[in-house]
Every structure is written in structure tokens, then in C-alpha cells.
Write a protein that binds this ligand. Structure first.
Ligand SMILES: [Zn+2]
Length: 493
């Protein structure tokens, strides 16, 4: 049934452009992308090849043009996975010339390169305020939690980047809550993946427990609790310590890919829109149980985020037949699950100047709600054209959820990397307006083998969301309905 529907929509050129997006349209793609043959879509695997190929093929059929590197559909995203293997660190109290005893299980380290071997590194504490100029050549201890009232201050990630840019040799995060230390340590031990750009990592990185941090600070005139409590006002504090560290890390470098397509607008000077969603998921996410070797080990990611990709394919079919005024770019990102890495790679080297993007719409985890009316708009109140979103919602008979419950996800989705650069980005979906279902999903199949195509997959809201995105595309790609913000002093293109 589904295959027939899809066949017809390709067989009659133009037919798909006019029709509303149906649940069956979306399900057709989700069944392919979340099938075991796609192996859970882990970056750098055979499952990636199948996935990015499928998306590019579908976009080509929809009439998009490739907008990746060198005229292709793909933009390479070089990644490095780092797994700590061995480390030893000792601290010397400089005034007493005494080496402090360290509990090696209260600190965990990894090196940016295969090994790190340095002595006499001065140790400082960093808060979140002001200049980090004094950190060149130093090992920095930085509270993992940014200050609660952090208006105008960087978050942890950006503070760490500032320290690295100023030449810090190492950045070690202080885990304030001692009871959470074992979890943080286990997580760190499993390794992590980052963009393989020089400058994104310090030569030495790690975590230290609060207990151990307190022991280090006790050697100085400072008080550990007070330093952390005052982190919003503190820039850099010398601790009178130096460190010797020997650290070895296993590195695995590989290349993944974003997929980028484009509908060329009739008036490209009027700017561009971007529709995006992540294609990646966790691949084979369970280790084999020798007693049950046949047991499912693939995290298929049907909801997260084959559903969002299905929206990107079906909306592309509709909008490409429109001859829109603005360019409309389509982006399927990799490595979202590893920390929005594909989206970060895109903003680092976009196909056009980022300022040309009037608006970004991210589609993630849309297949949850059976309600085709209510939508959550993540990104409201973040300097985007909220009132225009409301106009489109009203026209389309969609009701915006006003609880603000979904706002907590704003930093946990790909659109956030655009918000960080003051480019309006929204994530609009019925799935996040259905709090009960969202919670049941997050406490259930989310990031687990059971996020797969089965009877519980709910596509009513998803189809409504997809059609709403077509309406958003039409409204915001036209200068008649959406002239866009006029920037003073320079041409607004
Ligand atoms: Zn996810």
C-alpha cells in the first residue's frame, strides 16, 4: 500500500507538490531509515552510507540541487573519538615543596593527542567572569556548572573554549556534587567524540571530584566551597600548585557527512531559509548477550530522528514545486547525538554566509502525538519573528502550546547552534506539546532498541507538523508575507 503510494507520487511529475503530506508518506521513509538494514544509522558505518545516500536520492527526486562540498550532496565532518586508557597525575604545593596525595579514582583525564607528558604545570581555578588572559600555559580547574544566574556569562562549553583559545594547557571540570561523581566518571571513561578541528580541545581534559578539589584547595589560602559559590564573580585564582601529568588516550579518527540540498529561489538576494534535522542515531547500541545472541541490539531511531528526516524529504517535494522567492536550503546533520557536532560543522563552513539565513527550522523527534492541532514552538522569545509564527499557526488551525514546558529542550537540539549565533531558529512540533507522551517516550524507548517501527508509532501529529512546515516554508520564503528584518547600514540580503 505504502510502496504504491510512493510510486504514484514519483510517476506523475508535479502531483506530489499539490497533495497534503500523509502519514503513509512519512511512514514510507521511516520504515526504510529505521530498518535493521540501516544498522541504527551510526556515523562512520555502512549504515551511514545507506542513510546519506537515501536522503540525497530522495532530495534529488524531489527536485533539489546538491549544495554540499564541490557540487556534491555531502559535506564531510571529520570526527575524533577519544577514549582514556591510562593516566597519572600529581600535584605539588609550591611553597612547601610537598607533593600531595591524590586518590587516582577521584580524577579522570584524557589527552587530545595519543599521549600527554608534562611537568610543573601551574594550576589555577577559573570562574565564569571576565578575562581568561592569565591562563596561557596553565592547568585550569573549572566548575562544571555555570552560575545559576548567568546573564551575560558564558555557559560551560563556551567558557572552556575561551580558556583553550587563551592557551590553557588543560581544563579539568570540577563536579560539585560528590554523589554524582561515579556517574560522571563512568560516562567520561566510555570516551567521547568531537569535531576534529584543532583548537576545539585542550591538550589535557578531565574531571575532578569535589572531594579531591577540596583537598587540593586546602593547601592554599582559599576555600573550595567559596570559590565555587563565587564563580559568577571570579575570573582566575592562583592555587599555588603545580602538576605533573602522564596521560594516554586511544584515538579513532573518521569522517562522517552532513547532507545538503537546495531549492534555488527566484530572488536569492532576499536571503534564505534552512530546514534541518539530524539523520544519525546510535547504531548497534547493546553488547551481545552470549546467552541470547539473537536479541535485538540495534537502536533504530524511528522517532529519533527518522521521523524528522521523513518531514525533510516530504516538505522538500512540496516546496520545490513552488518556485519560492528565497533560497531554501535543506540540511541533514550527522552526530547530533554526540553533541550537535554536524550542526556545528555546518555553521563553521556554511554553503552561504550564515547571515543570509532568515530563519532555521529544526525537525527532531516529531512522531509522538496523536493530536494534529497543538504544537510546541521551541525558540519562542529568542529574537525570532514570533508574531509571524503565530500568524501561520492561526492560518493553519494550529494551536501554540503556552506552557513553556518544551523550552528546556532548546539547548539540546541542533537549532541551538544557530541561536548561539543570533540566527532565529525554531523547533516546532506537536510531539513536544504532548507532555504525557513525550515523557513516556523519554522514560521508555528513547535512545533504546525499542525506538523502532511498531504499532505504537504515532504519525497523526507528525503529518500535521510536516504540512505545517510546508506552510511555514511558503510564508517565510516570500518577501510579500515576510519581508524580514531590515538591518541598518547594510543591504539586507
Ligand atoms: Zn537522540
Amino acid at each position: 500500500m505504502i510502496a504504491v503510494l510512493i510510486f504514484i507520487s514519483f510517476a506523475i511529475p508535479g502531483a506530489a507538490h499539490a497533495q497534503a503530506i500523509s502519514e503513509a508518506d512519512l511512514l514510507g521513509h521511516i520504515e526504510v531509515l529505521a530498518s535493521d538494514a540501516f544498522e541504527g544509522r551510526a556515523p562512520g558505518t555502512a549504515g551511514e552510507n545507506k542513510t546519506v545516500n537515501y536522503i540525497a536520492t530522495q532530495w534529488a527526486l524531489a527536485g533539489l540541487k546538491p549544495a554540499g562540498e564541490s557540487g556534491s550532496w555531502y559535506a564531510p565532518v571529520p570526527l575524533v573519538e577519544r577514549t582514556p586508557t591510562r593516566s597519572r597525575i600529581s600535584f605539588l604545593n609550591e611553597s612547601r615543596g610537598k607533593t600531595l596525595r591524590m586518590k587516582q579514582d577521584q580524577i579522570i583525564l584524557r589527552s587530545r593527542d595519543r599521549s600527554f607528558d608534562h611537568s610543573n604545570i601551574p594550576v589555577v581555578f577559573a570562574g565564569y567572569a571576565g578575562s581568561t588572559l592569565a591562563v596561557a600555559g596553565k592547568l585550569v580547574l573549572l566548575p562544571r556548572k555555570p552560575p545559576a544566574d548567568s546573564d551575560g556569562l558564558p555557559d560551560y562549553r563556551n567558557r572552556k573554549l575561551q580558556l583553550i583559545q587563551q592557551g590553557a594547557v588543560g581544563v579539568i571540570a570540577i563536579i560539585e556534587e560528590q554523589k554524582r561523581w561515579p556517574r560522571f566518571r563512568r560516562f567520561f571513561e566510555r570516551g567521547s567524540t568531537g569535531l576534529a578541528y584543532p583548537g576545539n580541545h585542550a591538550a589535557l581534559e578531565g574531571l575532578i571530584s569535589f572531594d579531591q578539589f577540596r583537598k587540593l584547595v586546602r593547601q592554599s589560602d582559599h576555600n573550595a566551597k567559596q570559590l565555587i559559590a563565587e564563580r559568577a564573580a571570579i575570573s582566575i585564582v592562583k592555587l599555588g600548585l603545580s602538576a605533573d601529568a602522564l596521560v594516554e588516550t586511544q584515538l579513532r579518527s573518521y569522517t562522517s557527512h552532513n547532507v545538503i540540498g537546495k531549492i534555488a529561489g527566484t530572488n536569492p538576494k532576499s536571503g534564505a531559509l534552512l530546514f534541518m534535522g539530524h539523520w544519525d542515531h546510535f547504531g548497534e547500541c547493546r553488547i551481545e548477550d552470549p546467552l541470547e545472541p539473537e536479541k535485538d541490539r540495534i537502536c533504530n531511531g524511528a522517532v529519533d530522528n527518522a521521523s524528522g528526516i521523513s518531514l525533510l524529504i516530504e516538505t522538500a517535494k512540496r516546496l520545490s514545486g513552488d518556485a519560492p522567492e528565497r533560497d531554501i536550503y535543506y540540511l541533514a546533520t550527522t552526530a547530533e547525538e554526540k553533541g550537535l557536532l554536524g550542526a556545528r560543522a555546518f555553521v563553521n563552513s556554511p554553503p552561504i554566509a550564515l547571515q543570509k539565513f532568515k530563519l532555521v527550522f529544526n525537525a527532531d523527534t516529531i512522531a509522538l502525538s496523536d493530536d494534529g492541532e497543538k504544537i510546541a514552538v521551541i525558540g519562542l522569545g529568542q529574537a525570532g519573528p514570533d508574531s509571524d509564527i503565530e500568524i501561520v499557526a492561526k492560518r493553519e488551525g494550529r494551536q501554540i502550546d503556552r506552557t513553556g514546558n518544551a523550552d528546556v529542550y532548546v539547548k539540546r537540539q541542533d537549532g541551538y547552534v544557530f541561536l548561539e549565533r543570533d540566527i532565529p531558529a525554531y523547533m516546532i512540533t506537536s510531539a513536544f506539546a504532548d507532555e504525557e507522551r513525550l515523557e513516556a517516550f523519554i522514560n521508555g524507548p528513547y535512545h533504546d532498541v525499542s525506538d523502532e517501527v511498531n504499532d505504537t508509532l504515532e504519525l497523526t501529529g507528525a503529518a500535521a507538523d510536516a504540512n505545517f512546515h510546508v506552510a511555514l516554508g511558503r510564508y517565510f520564503s516570500s518577501t510579500a508575507t515576510y519581508p524580514g528584518k531590515v538591518t541598518s547600514g547594510s543591504a539586507d540580503n
